[in-house]
Design a protein around this ligand. Sequence first.
Ligand code: PLP
Length: 226
Amino acid sequence: MSIAENIEKVKANLPENVRLVAVSKTKPAELLLEAYDCGQRSFGENKVQEMVWKFDELPKDIEWHFIGHLQTNKIKYIAPFVHLIHGVDSFKLLKSIDAEAKKVGRIIPCLLQFHIAEEETKFGLSMQEATEMLNSAEFKVLGNVKISGVMGMATYTDDENQIRKEFANLKKNFEKLKSEFFTANFDFKEISMGMSGDYLIAIAEGSTMVRIGSTIFGERNYSLKP
Ligand SMILES: *Cc1c(COP(=O)(O)O)cnc(C)c1O
């Protein structure tokens, strides 16, 4: 199967309101270009350096999604161009993104990452942490970040009920935050959930954005570190 065929197949499963982020981490630029040539414009990367060199090398109308764990000292490298930061998992990180965005005169869209899985290795906020942050005076003065929704990763398991439950929890968190903090804010609308192995469940549970790598580009030839 070609990349074009893989994308077509995935897209056939996506409702109109669900966007596809093609996760291209570890893949060479020519494979991204193959996806680009069949119309794909959103790409997801989880390493700062890799995203920067791909940005430099590839067409400038690509929207770059940062989906990994972001270190505060590296924000500056992606601040000028990143389209959406999916994994905001601490207030400290959000404040640092705001500071770097300010330096380059941008407002950077961010998603709050929630810890929904059983595994302890997955990053993310609890609802209590998120609520405290959103209620704080310090949050209210941040002028260079925009909270566009939530993101989460389900447990890596064959148990579909477990995955479904975790995605349903993320959706519940989204609704709760929406009604408490973002009722009149139409930017707060994204639920980023679903990967190659579980995106159909994620869509059934209300995903608006799926992050799909191996189904499009093939298996990655390294094992993912937690
Ligand atoms: C790698 C990665 C994906 C894509 O995973 P696949 O199983 O290859 O589709 C999605 N989201 C995050 C956060 C990732 O790190």
